[in-house]
Design a protein around this ligand. Sequence first.
Ligand code: PLP
Length: 398
Amino acid sequence: MTCMNHHYTDVKESYLFADIRKRIDTWLKKNPGGKVLRLGIGDVTQPLMPSVIQALHEAVEDQTHAETFHGYMPECGDPGLRQAIAKWYQQRDIPVEWEEVFISSGASDELGDILHLFDRSLAAMIPEPAYPAYADANIMDGRKIIYPEIDADHGFMPVPPAEDIQALIYLCSPDNPTGAACTRQCLEQWIEYAGRTGSVILFDAAYESFVQEKNIPRSIYEIEGAKGCAIEISSLSKTAGFTGTRCGYTVIPLSLEREGLSLNKMWVRNRTTKTNGISYILQKGALAVFSEQGQREAAELREVYRRNARNFMQALDEAGLSYTGGKNSPYIWMKCPDDHGSWETFDILLEKGQIVATPGAGFGESGEGWIRFSMFADEEDIREAGRRIIFLRNEKYF
Ligand code: PLP
């Protein structure tokens, strides 16, 4: 007899960001008054855009008058916001209906909560290196995890395994941490695999708005057959600087069924039981993102991070360093030079250049030998980090 979920003891302590912090603190103690350039954490630095700020203020004002006051919101999201998101998909010829859109408080919450729809005997398939929360949420749930091979020589494209296995498949595009963006052909392969094996794909589109290349899908529903096998989980965190404001959306097609059960209907049942909806104020702010002005401002906001990526890639090119990402992603995933390990490279960057990055080993074993730079940093810090990396290379520190 046991009363606790002992699978929690199977989850490794997350030392990654604590270790990074410890090493920075040690350096700062040795170098009082010193400054480090923070390109480690994937958190935005630009403030919310004017249209969102205005909408948030107006919503607060609404809450001060009985006539415009809102209490509980619909559990699956405000229909106006659900419709705006569906329309935003439709404008790009992506067939999404408003009843298929669920408003959430962010992608992380949904990536964990959605597991409730699936039997615990269904394995999770996670191409690594990956966002660590995928594996941890499944380990907590007691689920078996399969790690299919990922081809580092071909830009970290995830490839379906040779063996047919029914699973809950995680795909993230553009990817955190590698910055790789799935091509149409890559997604077609996975959709075909999911259809054949009865699998369900969880497509994490948190970075979709960073896709630049026309032939790279921003939504899995751009590919035929996806509505029969895929859930898309997305977020305004990186698209519109909502990491601290919190709002996301999940698309579950009405046609997605397994074993005679509608996943959309199950999720409606789940939400109406387990949440009381997202706050009126936040949903008003989120709605502004989907207005014409909001879309323009969000693009301008992301342009700061895109410019960072262009400047940083230029510096890495000049230094003769290899990397993926940056083009369709706010992350740059650099191969550690001279066969250094990822923590070794972290230490060289910190000690010799005062640059903070995230060691690839923190994203799974296959991340060893790589290091991630986040382009969400301050513009001048990015330029300075680029100059220092060129200097470190010229001085043969690595
Ligand atoms: N998915 C990926 C791949 C992420 O990198 C992140 C956050 O960094 C999230 C999801 C979580 O996003 P949210 O802020 O919406 O919870």
